[in-house]
Ligand binder design. Structure first.
Ligand SMILES: Nc1ncnc2c1ncn2[C@@H]1O[C@H](COP(=O)(O)OP(=O)(O)O)[C@@H](O)[C@H]1O
Ligand SMILES: Cc1ncc(COP(=O)(O)O)c(N)n1
Length: 290
């Protein structure tokens, strides 16, 4: 299925599917709000943003973080959701417990249909994007109202309270994903991009992700596999994946289809990634136009 290009859904005079990202701003343009809005544009959905924090960030890492408090976050959510509305919401960097609570409360109040929670805990340079004291709040308040949660391997370990090297194989990933379902989301999409690096297995040729759902029977999991691209320019992979899933859901496809489309989208964007800056470059979202 091609969700981009010819199948763009918005046309003059009609309300396009609306998707709201609630996340941090990345001044370098590769991750966070900027990656999310680029992704929404490629999918032909109407993108909106509620900013939780402003990061001074580039390809070398995060130099500073300025938090917006929960009143600022709530004001943005009320402005957007009371007027324009959203068919899907994607959450990313939330930073504080107060922000997590404001987001959970708005999702409930406005009855958002599709909620994709990317439990962003750390940036690639190790900076904390969700404070330690907010992890439990996210687990208890946001995961139960999520349709899809999209942790990477280290995030799954942290949410489960497992050792950081507890997930070593695809079987471990499936177990972990099923345990995460117990926190209440409908689906867990556990991304395996980090698996090779955790165990020093540089030869791992594929990036494998797993999808499990509450509705499916025990031990049943869908695997999504793509060849590992040997590029260091992978800034924004997680944000882009979660946003692509949210865009697909807003366009009316199933979670399984949205994940498949998102995996293809992110793989192409990594293949075409750009070496901006002196460190880790960013994805090229427009690669999906052809
Ligand atoms: N080098 C790579 N080549 C191909 N796909 C990748 C690569 N790195 C990550 N991915 C894919 O990008 C998506 C996000 O990956 P991951 O790195 O696991 O999460 P995060 O960006 O949240 O840390 C997943 O579908 C993953 O399999
Ligand atoms: C504002 C912000 N949000 C999220 C990330 C994580 O990025 P990635 O998608 O590469 O995991 C980031 N570096 N900055």
């Amino acid at each position: 299925m091609n969700m981009c290009g010819d199948e763009r859904s918005a046309s003059a005079g009609m309300t396009p599917p609306r998707v709201l990202t609630i996340a941090g701003s990345d001044s370098g343009g590769g991750a966070g709000i900027q990656a999310d809005l680029k992704t929404f544009q490629e999918f032909g959905v109407y993108g909106m943003s509620a900013i939780t924090a402003v990061t001074a960030q580039n390809s070398l890492g995060i130099q500073a973080i300025y938090t917006l408090d929960e009143n600022a976050v709530q004001a943005q959510l009320d402005s957007v959701l009371s007027d324009i509305g959203a068919d899907a919401v994607k959450t990313g960097m939330l930073l504080s417990p107060g922000n997590v609570l404001a987001v959970a409360s708005a999702i409930r109040q406005y009855g958002i249909r599709h909620v994709v929670v990317d439990p962003v805990l750390y940036a690639k340079d190790g900076s904390a994007l969700l404070r330690q004291e907010a992890i439990l709040t996210l687990r208890n308040e946001l995961l139960p109202i999520a349709e899809v949660v999209t942790p990477n391997v280290p995030e799954a370990c942290e949410l489960l309270g497992w050792a950081e090297d507890a997930i070593r194989s695809v079987e471990d990933m499936i177990q972990a994903a099923r345990r995460l379902l117990e926190f209440g989301p409908q689906y867990v999409f556990l991304k395996g991009g980090h698996l090779a690096s955790i165990h020093g297995n540089a030869k791992a040729e594929d990036c494998i992700d797993v999808l499990v759902s509450r509705a499916s029977s025990k031990n049943e999991a869908l695997l999504f596999q793509a060849q590992r691209i040997l590029s260091k320019h992978t800034h924004g992979t997680g944000c882009t994946t979660a946003s692509a899933i949210a865009a697909g859901l807003a366009l009316g496809i199933s979670v399984e289809e949205a994940v498949e489309v998102a995996k293809r989208f992110v793989t192409k964007a990594i293949e075409a990634s750009v070496p901006v800056g002196r460190g880790v470059g960013s994805l090229w979202h427009a690669a999906n136009r052809e």
